[in-house]
Ligand binder design. Sequence first.
Ligand code: NAD
Length: 289
Amino acid sequence: IEESEKFRIEYWALEEAKLQRMPKPKPLATRVALVTGAGSGIGRAIARRLAAEGACVVIADLDATNAQAVADELGGPDRAVAVTVDVTSEEQITEAFKAAVLAFGGVDLVVNNAGISISKPLLETTAKDWDLQHDIMARGSFLVSREAARVMIQQELGGDIVYIASKNAVFAGPNNIAYSATKADQAHQVRLLAAELGEHGIRVNGVNPDGVVRGSGIFAGGWGAQRAATYGIEEEKLGEFYAQRTLLKREVLPEHVANAVFALTGGDLTHTTGLHVPVDAGVAAAFLR
Ligand code: NAD
């Protein structure tokens, strides 16, 4: 055989051996998920879906009462535990992962979902607004992913990290420079971590939802009113307004975002990493705002 052909065969044999050693994705019923911000809105919907698929879930939220309510709803300590955590604190994140390992023996699926939204025009956005927004979403998700990677690499079982970013990671909208900039940061974390953690069998993907109006604490907390004012419509009509401008004429609800997390982590997308799945009924595809 020619030298180059010998090299090719040896190369592929090595690659094949490497693949064999890689941890394979496990069914959700055997997995332990930690979801930040799971006491409310989209995070709660994700926790519900993962639990319905049989995963044990750690409800990690700043709001202890909401987190406990979700853990109770999902079946209590054998299936779901609540952990109070502020994602701006390295110590609290470490403690949250320790609690997860103590409760369920490990963690192999982590969802970076916790967030707030400071939506202001540029000239009204203070340095403090910028810092708070970035502390929670850009720095917070980096810290959570770093701890997730530490635990998953040590377990040698691979795993999934999912970021709930936003269509704002890609598209510019008015009056939310601080929020959108953190979402773009998160989107790049997905690609960077996919590149760095792939060799450990850890997949890193993102979900980019459109504006989720009903069931979202962020919208109820002021964003909705601000958007309604921007578009000159009543706040109650915002869901319908958002739906009508999509290609599918469908409103995005928290459970639709949860469906995407399930598709990325529980289905057959075993060879997908570094991807952002839009859950926006076509808004990004058609460059609609
Ligand atoms: P939400 O307010 O209902 O939920 C956010 C949760 O994060 C809350 O339970 C809150 O207590 C928790 N949280 C806030 N700060 C925290 C901190 N420092 N540490 C730990 N937990 C903290 O909001 P939501 O709409 O469900 O948003 C969830 C995620 O989805 C956010 O990252 C948001 O940016 C993203 N998102 C939302 C929309 C939308 O339209 N609602 C669209 C795209 C992306």
